[in-house]
Design a protein around this ligand. Sequence first.
Ligand code: BTN
Length: 225
Amino acid sequence: MVAAVVARGEFEVRRFESIDSTNRYLLDEARAGAPEGVVAVADHQTAGRGRLGRVWEAPPGSALLCSVLLRPALPVERLHLAVAVVALAARDALGGRPTLKWPNDLLLGDRKLAGVLAEADLPAVVVGIGINLTWAPPGAACVGDDADREVVLDALLSSLASLYGQWPVVAERYAAECSTVGQRVRVELGDETFEGMATAVTPEGHLVVDGRTVTAGDVVHLRPA
Ligand code: BTN
């Protein structure tokens, strides 16, 4: 059950103490006709969704768990920019400290701080983000004990409002700020894995590795040999 609904600029923020998944909730709302700009925020998720069918878990109150319902005017091949705009807004909200790892992560150093998950029922796209604030799973990073969820949420939504729809700017910023560029990487596709040098992000938000454009998949940053 929604605990509170608050208007924040162009967003309508719906808060939950506990929910299965804020992404699941907004996809259902989108299918029922909810408009762009609805945001769902939860203290706790019982079935948080991660990429590639993984689960996303965090103790109650320890993370920013939020999703935003977008209806972006983007062709399918540029939909990664909907992930990019939320990742950039999160980076801005955290003072530019985290780096952006293609396709969907924010890192502190080489540890994962946050993950972004986009799920589409076109023309609606729900983009969810989980940011570890005061707790991190083993091997991951968190912002720190003094992280304030409301401050981070406000800053994220404010940056998102100013970037949203500025797709050439989003593409340029994402390409310039993506820390995967310039790294040797292992690319894990469903049926193939290969290694190479990541040299660029295209205007569609895809990664170029040894001249090959990768539109989806997982990437591991490899340390120099
Ligand atoms: C990843 O695998 O790295 C992406 C994780 C995305 C988690 C967030 S938490 C808020 C939103 N609701 C979900 O069920 N998942 C996303």
